[in-house]
Design a binder for this molecule. Structure first.
Ligand SMILES: C[S@@+](CC[C@H](N)C(=O)[O-])C[C@H]1O[C@@H](n2cnc3c(N)ncnc32)[C@H](O)[C@@H]1O
Length: 316
């Protein structure tokens, strides 16, 4: 596979072995050749530039990363080059390696705010480079909101803090819902979700994965059927009634997309609107017996198992 990807002729196990050996040697020498791009986890036209940047990082502040996250970040972050600042808030700075790496990635485009409970993290502040550090806790709502009013709203928020469910939820509940902390199309990232299976972080995995699952269901509030008896969907109710019925307390109708990978989740903010359902053509087949919509509609013998709204739309 490596041989094919790199367009090197000859094929066969000998070439593959040679290339693997070269990559291993480059890794051992801490010199990552461009060959390394061919083993990145996302096989798209996008190259693995962020992965390469992390691998070649050589500033003094320690960088400690899960390498695959680089490809996911590259897929979902705002473009590296372009107009205007990218405003990024990171919860959890520690040694400051990620601060430096984000600066390398976005260059002058970056406006970075890091927060941490450890006063020593102040060393990563560099006002000349638009890198700011505030000391405080991700559990402190007042502190978080003061950071938002001083620097926000943000394009990207990364929670790489204490990795405890109650802290993740508290920060999310403070930072996600309002426009003062996040732009409408902002990106909220929760890192190191593998901690859900580590008892010193979470009592039970679902304390952490539920909050991600709830982002998924929050996208669907406008699909809800209010009553099975009438068969009326939420579309028959006013917005106020629907919101009261189904909106999630944190996400409301502000989740546009959710991308979940091993140990990292990306929540794309933005108004969720109900996708348009369409029917074309008239020659339908009714739902089969096992389907919940397989109900007879009075007076529609022969096609009675078509649901009422389908009949209306198809003009039958
Ligand atoms: C995983 S490290 C951050 C690593 C850093 N983002 C990086 O990639 O190099 C977690 C950091 O969260 C900080 N932290 C722990 N509890 C916190 C809290 N309640 N509020 C803010 N930061 C906290 C710790 O002090 C620690 O520096």
């Amino acid at each position: 596979m490596l041989v094919g990807l790199m367009g090197i002729g000859g094929g066969g196990p000998t070439d593959t072995d040679r290339l693997k050996k070269e990559i291993r040697k480059a890794e051992a020498d801490k010199k990552y050749s461009p060959l390394h791009k061919d083993v990145c986890t996302i096989q798209t036209e996008t190259t693995c530039d962020l992965r390469d940047l992390w691998l070649n990082y050589n500033e003094s502040h320690l960088l400690h990363r899960i390498l695959d996250h680089a490809d996911h970040y590259q897929a979902h972050l705002p473009p590296r080059h372009g107009e205007g600042k990218v405003k990024l808030l990171e919860i959890g700075i520690q040694s400051g390696g990620s601060t430096r790496a984000w600066r390398q990635w976005f260059g002058d485009r970056l406006m970075y705010v890091g927060i941490d409970v450890e006063p020593g993290c102040k060393r990563s502040e560099s006002l000349a480079e638009d890198l700011h550090v505030e000391i405080g806790s991700q559990l402190d709502e007042k502190f978080l909101l003061s950071v938002c009013s001083k620097y926000g709203p943000f394009d990207v928020i990364i929670d790489d803090g204490a990795h405890r469910p109650e802290m993740i939820i508290k920060s999310l509940a403070t930072l996600f819902p309002g426009n003062e902390c996040m732009y409408e199309k902002g990106l909220y990232v929760i890192e190191d979700m593998q901690t859900m299976v580590m008892p010193k972080y979470a009592k039970a995995p679902r304390d952490m994965y539920d909050i991600v699952g709830e982002a998924f269901w929050s996208m669907h509030w406008h699909w809800a059927y209010v009553t099975k008896l009438t068969g009326l969907s939420a579309a028959n109710y006013t917005d106020g009634q629907r919101k009261g019925l189904m909106q999630h307390p944190i996400y409301k109708n502000h989740v546009r997309a959710l991308h979940a990978y091993d140990s990292i989740t990306f929540i794309v903010r933005g108004n969720s609107t109900k996708p348009l359902e369409i029917h074309r053509g008239k020659d339908g087949i009714a739902y089969g017996k096992g389907h919940p919509m397989a109900q007879r509609v009075a007076g529609q013998a022969g096609r009675g198992e078509l649901h009422a709204h389908q009949l209306a739309e198809s003009g039958r």
